[in-house]
Design a protein around this ligand. Structure first.
Ligand code: AMP
Length: 280
């Protein structure tokens, strides 16, 4: 069932909750792939009712980012959600989410000043605001987010805790192509040459993880290894390679507890992110 109106999806969820069902929620921007499917399948296993949303949120794109070109294929997305046995899809038009006069935003401080927050000012404010709205609309018991966007998942967890939102956040492991490239709706932007080079991102992360298994604990050395490996890429620029503490994303010098190694690389105008948790 597809709902475009806030009141209608609310009615749907109210009815399901009245039947005693737990509601799982999978927010997305569409152009779905197996990464999104993994979230929906996990929700299907854990919840009586599964609601997904497709909404390309203008608030989380910067003025020079790809909001207008963001890939869309609604019919294919619907088929995929049906295959995952999602019960309802919330697909609001922009005016339904942001009517004239809209002026309230949610700001998660601290966690959003580094990594993607640094190169995409305002991005996490847009994410936190839309996720708050979606949570208020759908009122799920659980919501599912991908580890691929590790900082996003941490920001949402922090927000839910700080604002006492009655929803459990579940993080689902990153789904990858066979060659290791993290699945992303933006992978379609890559030229064949860029696509052929892109698996180096994950290879460089795994190399650092192997070094940690081998005893290396110095964060600067580990990040340096990744940068070195990425510097071999033709036509790609490093946005950041950083090791940060979990879950508060503080700078780390020596690894004495599990830490996040995260990177963002630009291939032309396509920006790809990936990460790995370094276990010590
Ligand atoms: P998006 O449509 O890019 O906003 O992503 C919607 C949700 O799917 C977010 O929670 C993402 O972290 C998650 N997601 C995107 N790509 C992957 C992936 N390759 N593996 C797991 N989750 C993903």
């Amino acid at each position: 069932m597809i709902f475009e109106k806030i009141d209608r999806i609310r009615d749907f969820v109210r009815e399901k909750k009245g039947q005693g069902k737990t509601v799982g929620f999978v927010p997305t921007m569409g152009y779905l792939h197996r990464g999104h499917a993994a979230l929906a399948e996990r929700a299907r296993r854990e919840c009586g009712t599964v609601v997904a949303s497709i909404f390309v949120n203008p608030l989380q794109f910067g003025p020079r980012e790809d909001y207008a070109e963001y890939p869309r294929d609604f019919d294919r997305d619907c088929r995929m959600l049906e295959e995952c046995r999602v019960d309802a899809l919330f697909h609001p038009p922009v005016e339904e989410m942001y009517p004239g006069g809209f002026c309230t935003h949610v700001e998660v401080e601290g966690l959003t000043g580094c990594l993607c927050g640094k190169s995409r000012p305002g991005h996490f404010r847009g994410v936190a605001t839309v996720v708050t709205k979606l949570f208020n609309i759908v009122q799920p018991d659980r919501a599912y987010f991908g580890q691929k966007d590790a900082q996003q998942a941490l920001v949402i967890k922090r927000m839910v805790e700080d604002l006492n939102m009655p929803v459990e956040i579940v993080t689902v492991p990153t789904v990858r192509e066979e060659d290791g490239l993290a699945m992303s709706s933006r992978n379609v932007y890559l030229t064949p040459e860029q696509r052929a080079e892109a698996p180096v991102l994950y290879e460089s992360l795994k190399e650092a993880a192997r070094a940690v298994s081998g005893g290396e604990r110095d964060a600067r050395t580990l990040a340096g290894m990744v940068r070195e490996r990425l510097s071999g890429l033709k036509g790609a620029g490093i946005d950041y390679v950083e090791i940060r503490s979990l879950p508060d994303l503080k700078e780390v010098e020596r690894l004495d507890s599990p830490a996040l190694l995260a990177l963002a690389v630009r291939f032309g105008k396509t920006r790809l992110i990936d990460n790995i948790v370094l276990e010590v």
